[in-house]
Design a protein around this ligand. Sequence first.
Ligand code: FAD
Length: 502
Amino acid sequence: MAAAGRVAAIDFGGLVRAVPAAVVRPASADDVASAIRAAALTPHLTVAARGNGHSVAGQAMAEGGLVLDMRSFAATSSSSRRGGAQTMMQLVQCPSEGGGGHCCFADVPGGALWEEVLHWGVDNHGLAPASWTDYLRLTVGGTLSNGGVSGQSFRYGPQVSNVAELEVVTGDGECRVCSPASHPDLFFAVLGGLGQFGVITRARIPLHKAPKAVRWTRVVYASFADYTADAEWLVTRPPEAAFDYVEGFAFVHSDDPVNGWPSVPIPGGARFDASLLPAGAGPVLYCLEVALYQYAHRPDPDDDEDQGVASVSRRMMAPLKYVRGLEFAADVGYVDFLSRVNRVEEEARRNGSWDAPHPWLNLFVSARDIADFERAVIKGMLADGIDGPMLVYPMLKSKWDPNTSVALPEKGEIFYLVALLRFCRPGGPAVDELVAQNGAILSACRANGYDYKAYFPSYRGGEAEWSRHFGAARWRRFVDRKARYDPLAILAPGQKIFPRAP
Ligand code: FAD
């Protein structure tokens, strides 16, 4: 098999393998359309857009079908050392209405990495999108097909709420431009649409003035009730009193270098002094992480008179109930802050865990059930850690447009992202055990009646499971949209939702 085929047969998860018939390197939306039309002429061929292959359950694969390498789309036409994706990005200026609203957008290829969008926007225009993922070596088309969340989501919405227009090649081989005003049904179907309705060849992303620096702070909680009360208070503050980023994670009450106290301090920050923890602290602790953007001068964090971002941040945190003394703060550049997971990648590549399997589980859990979930799952099943981050942080349902295809918990305004980002270390549990544990967690969620949804869902049980995932009404809409935009079910077969129609 050619090297491209080998790469397209695996993904970051490393759990599924599906060999394609061919890998296509499109240079334009027309090439994407030609590949889809060619597949439609056969009774069996399917087509999967592959972003950067960072799915964990084969979602971007096409067994015996065509894989579109969307990175090659972004890289075409480049002789520039800046990289092809950046040469294909364009600044679009629109007159702002009444002085409000966005006036600048970036037109970016679907196969561009968010990292490329960041560098292009900041370096050339001092502008940047508002909503990010934690890790930026993901493609625009890939995250828009899912959701795209990070600590900015509570305030600026997920990435699917930060798009003005899409160019999409649908499953009938037609290239269409859609937006909330033009072909809105297609626009919203594609956002969070798991690649089912079309291939995103271009996205128009609103841009804002890029901050200069970021005050980045972590604080520690022994009580989950205090942690969630503070996190929910922070994400419901009015914009003028809110942080720009709120995240958090669970960690183990031990000196384990990966799962325990050492995972908390910010690079270059202070040492974790465990003697400050209350005597009755349980086996799992929580770290709340916030960031405040700074647009002008860089403040002196040691000067109390300075009304800069460090002192504003300290004041905003004063009412919180974290363990005093366990605060870690740093002033970092905006691009450095957004690139913080690159350091994790470098280390994981060094120790081999980047290329090992990643049996990840991502859930959205309603705030109504998060305390029960914590008791039953985090303390009950994961108290020794998972050799990787256990993210647990809130976001707001009202920041998500219900017309998109994304499935969210039903009850209430606040829900939590729970991301179990397992890394397999030599000598750790076998991958099968970790996959089985993920299954046990999902069973516990169902048995306990939690209001939750899988983020990056992966089901093998066909229609019944997908219909339960979406709920009856949204599933009907999903099926109708599939019949409208991809009637032969050619696209994204790795999601295992619809069989190819002959
Ligand atoms: P792929 O995995 O290649 O594709 C994902 C799906 O989208 C497939 O079904 C594919 O067919 C479809 N697709 C890809 N490109 C297109 C396109 N142009 N048009 C239509 N469909 C397309 N997610 C978050 O929300 N927040 C995070 O903070 C976050 N951090 C991550 C950190 C790491 C280290 C990793 C590995 C993943 C992380 N993710 C995060 C998950 C990530 O958003 C998903 O993996 C997502 O699928 C994007 O990855 P990708 O661009 O490689 O897409």
